[in-house]
Design a protein around this ligand. Structure first.
Ligand code: SF4
Ligand code: SF4
Ligand code: FES
Length: 259
């Protein structure tokens, strides 16, 4: 049987331990992946004890408490605190999700926090998203029109608008792409569930007049067809979306135009 072993300089070693202040009554441990490229050392897992009576209910509240009061060098992305910006995506308790939507109470025992898997780590919980954003740009995520601009706006019926439900809500957090085995192995050429759901968002928009060229662009052995319906993406999406269905809908459109 093949055995996979992390390269020596990637193995995570025990890190620092930070005790809760004396008198804290409701203490929870947070085990957090730390990596600083400037130190040229292996990543570590630091342990922080946090008094839950002093913070809000979500994992992001604990991270902010740690950064504010215990270790200001802890590095992570966040912005909206409401599951809207998609920036606080990380792997919590073994599942990719948004830290601001993940209740601490859902995790039994220590809360283990790692960066999103299969991406290069820039620092601590911040991953390099350049490749994913380049793939996003490649699908040209804007409305393409050929007919003259109407006097007021491009209209849709309620039924046409409904076709975008389940697509427009995506916040590009990449929890799905980074939990997709096909994307792990072929991410350089397969677009993965996040970007394909976005591609579907434009293909399904009846106001967009570039459907043909968008589908032409997906006609490629890797970009679309590396989805094997494993469905990890559906389990991972913190917004309850179904990227696998969006991918299947794109495949149906591809078939329909050649039949
Ligand atoms: S259904 Fe497709 S996109 Fe989703 S995890 Fe599986 S292979 Fe990846
Ligand atoms: S489909 Fe869900 S998990 Fe994937 S990028 Fe969009 S919001 Fe994130
Ligand atoms: S901080 Fe914006 S989604 Fe979590």
């Amino acid at each position: 049987m093949v055995q996979f072993v992390l390269p020596r300089n990637s193995r995570v070693k025990p890190g620092k331990s930070h005790k809760a202040p004396a008198g804290a009554k409701n203490v929870k441990e947070f085990h957090i992946y730390r990596y600083d490229p400037d130190e040229k050392k292996n990543p570590t897992l630091d342990i922080f004890e946090v008094d839950l009576d002093e913070i809000g209910p979500m994992v992001l509240d604990a991270l902010l408490k740690i950064k504010d009061d215990i270790d200001p060098t802890l590095t992570f992305r966040r912005s909206c605190r409401e599951g809207i910006c998609g920036s606080c995506a990380m792997c919590i308790d073994g599942i990719n999700t948004l830290a601001c939507l993940k209740p601490i109470a859902d995790v039994k025992g220590p809360v283990k926090i790692y960066p999103l898997p299969h991406l290069e780590v820039i620092k601590d919980l911040v991953c390099d998203l350049d490749h994913l954003y380049a793939q996003y740009a490649s699908i040209e995520p804007w409305m393409k029109t050929k007919t003259p601009m109407p006097k007021q706006e491009r209209l849709q019926s309620p039924e046409e608008r409904e076709k975008l439900d389940g697509l427009w809500e995506c916040v590009l957090c990449f929890c799905c792409a980074t939990s997709c085995p096909s994307y792990w192995w072929n991410g350089h050429r397969y677009l993965g569930p996040s970007i394909l759901l976005q591609a579907a968002r434009w293909v399904m928009d009846t106001r967009d007049e570039g459907q043909g060229e968008r589908l032409d662009d997906l006609e490629d052995p890797f970009k679309l067809y590396r989805c094997h319906t494993i469905l990890n993406c559906v389990k991972a999406c913190p917004r309850g979306l179904n990227p696998a269905k969006a991918i299947a809908d794109l495949k149906v459109l591809m078939m329909e135009r050649i039949l």
